[in-house]
Design a binder for this molecule. Sequence first.
Ligand code: MG
Length: 359
Amino acid sequence: MTRSAGRPARGEPARDAPAAAMRLERRKVDLTLRHTWTLARNSSTTKANVLVRLSHGGIEGLGEAAPNVRYDEDWQTVMTAIDLLAPRLGDDPLRYEEIIDRLEASLPGNHAAKAAIDIALHDWIARKEGVPLYRKLGADPKKAPVTSFSIGLDEVPAMQEKVREAAGFAILKIKVGLQDDRAILEGIREVTDRPLYVDANEGWKDPRQAVETIKWMEGIGVVLLEQPLPAADLDGAKYVRDHVDLPIIADEACLTVDDVPRLATAYDGINIKLQKSGGLRMARRMIERARALGMKVMLGCMIETSIGITAAAHLSPLADHADLDGNLLIANDPFRGVTVRDGRLVLPDRPGLGLEGAW
Ligand code: MG
């Protein structure tokens, strides 16, 4: 079979024509929170994230960066990082392994910015192939887990009211770590008997006192505890794990796959977030490493629109626990994607992330 130069077969690009570079747009999005969001570390009523749109060959992919001050990020550092990375994307989104390696090598850290690009690449590829993203990730949507719903720190009556509002959720995640943690959990128990995750966000400092509090929590239906002590205190974490039965999950201590083996000595599981890992590719590697080390896997989130949350939800059938409620904490989510039915995540079955909404 012969073909004259410059006369491609139908559907193929002309061989001599230079392939077009991917186009990456970004825009800041100001999110309004339904409630003031308070953790052991800070408090906020709004959140500035950055959305990205990757265009190539008539197909688009969407992504999101949810920067976190804990990792020295804000929307401006994200914009700067994206502007630096965008010219290095190249001309073929299907070579995403190579692309992500190249971005990693060009800039240390900046995981939220990298997550935005990684998510957009995954959305683009799955849309190109016409399949929902969970198919590309090898995940069974029927196995999508129940998601917890997070109750931020507040006065106890206000936290009780938030628990009542969260009636559709089978598991609640209670933020503690400032003070009066027992009073908070006793107050929650007055209004619900649902299983509880508890997240101290590094708020406790003394391992012995942590053990005492955890032993008390074991008696009131708490099923796991996230990051009781500062991320850097690995010896403290080991001490705690050796003295309690409750599963202890590393969150702030766990960013990428390189952290996982060390954490296996001191924690029972890890909380993977796309915004910490730099996206879905690294999150999958972390799941594999954690499994190999016998650790539990939780898939968590930041305060993100339905872009970021839906991306994580497509991966969630591969996790033991999901805490993917960040979009539900926002009053002005510009997109719709994953939903929650009877407390369980329901994945869209449209191609790619399967989002609805206008860029
Ligand atoms: Mg956490």
